[in-house]
Design a protein around this ligand. Structure first.
Ligand code: SF4
Length: 315
């Protein structure tokens, strides 16, 4: 709880003191308890690769610091230099040597259609290894499983209509708890903060969708800088207007994430500040439940039209 309280206390402070504090705490805790870095096996499956790019943009701690002080990245088909047979041998060795200790990070959805053939993580002399097989195998050996991004968490764009590959989120494949760090892409703080919590204290408090509440407890709408316009029924007529963008398709009222005060791109901006509506990328029904993106909620494709607009009271 101390860690979560610290995150909440410092989240809005000048210079983003929270981000800087995480590494210091992780380091002193590891030294005090003589803990090794967290072993991590990272599988990329059906997604666009946006989450590892976002992860590389982590600041305070920077990527090098995460690798040097927090995690031991044993296998990653994106980050590692090894390819082909050598890479697969690294994976087998890591899964064997660190069984029940490693954290499995899955980036991307898992295609189930046609025996999962639409995502193959390696090809042996005898057969392809599908993402479904790899995730099932590694998931049974991992200490923790973290789904990074909305595809891995809930299916996301990979599972959007017409979902030709039959893609699903990791939780639909594994019979064990999965920590969902959703977002398209994920905010690097959400992912690195979750790793830090696992390293220091174990599994963080999760919401009903398996997401850490320290990042996903409140709606975008609750802390949005344009909230006063919403409360006064003053809505933008076109992009660039300064009023609330609910009229332009913003789904902030039904999207849980801390973007308005955590911000993005080294804590500089976020969509509403940059004059574009929230498209709800952390939601379980993203993107189908958010499209057409620039149409108001009652016109979204899969959500039943609300009988009234949200009142904004209590949120
Ligand atoms: S509807 Fe969107 S733009 Fe308007 S206050 Fe809520 S989050 Fe902000």
């Amino acid at each position: 709880m101390e860690f979560v309280d610290l995150c909440r206390e410092l989240a809005n402070s000048d210079g983003h003191a929270m981000s800087r504090a995480v590494l210091k705490i992780a380091d002193s805790y590891r030294t005090k308890h003589q803990q090794p870095k967290m072993p991590v096996i990272w599988l990329e499956t059906n997604d666009s690769g946006d989450n590892n790019i976002s992860f590389m943009n982590t600041a305070y701690p920077y990527l090098g610091q995460v690798f040097a002080n927090m995690i031991d990245l044993l296998y990653s088909n994106t980050f590692m230099a090894a390819q082909g047979r050598e890479a697969l041998e690294v994976l087998y060795r890591a899964a064997e040597q660190y069984a029940d200790q490693f954290t499995l990070v899955v980036e991307g959805a898992i295609p189930l259609k046609d025996n999962g053939i639409y995502n193959v993580i390696a090809v042996t002399d005898t057969k392809p290894i599908t993402a479904r097989e790899a995730v099932t195998w590694l998931g049974s050996r991992a200490r923790y499983v973290v789904a990074i991004g909305t595809c891995a968490s809930f299916g996301g764009p990979s599972a959007a209509r017409p979902n030709l590959t039959g893609s699903v989120g990791v939780q639909s494949v594994l019979q064990r708890p999965v920590i969902n760090v959703s977002g398209c892409p994920v905010n690097p703080d959400w992912f690195v903060g979750t790793l830090a919590h696992l390293l220091l204290y174990g599994v963080p408090d999760l919401d009903e969708r398996g997401r850490p509440t320290m990042f996903y407890q409140f709606t975008i709408h609750r802390h949005c800088q344009r909230r006063s316009y919403f409360d006064r029924n003053q809505f933008a007529r076109e992009l660039g207007d300064i009023e609330c963008m609910f009229s332009l398709g913003c789904v902030g009222p039904r999207t849980f994430a801390d973007c308005p005060y955590r911000l993005w791109v080294n804590h500089v901006s976020w969509p509403v500040k940059a004059n574009t509506p929230c498209i709800g990328c952390t939601n379980p029904d993203f993107p189908d439940g958010s499209t057409p993106f620039f149409s108001p909620l009652p016109q979204k494709s899969t959500e039943p039209a609300p009988s009234t607009l949200p009142t904004g009271k209590g949120e």
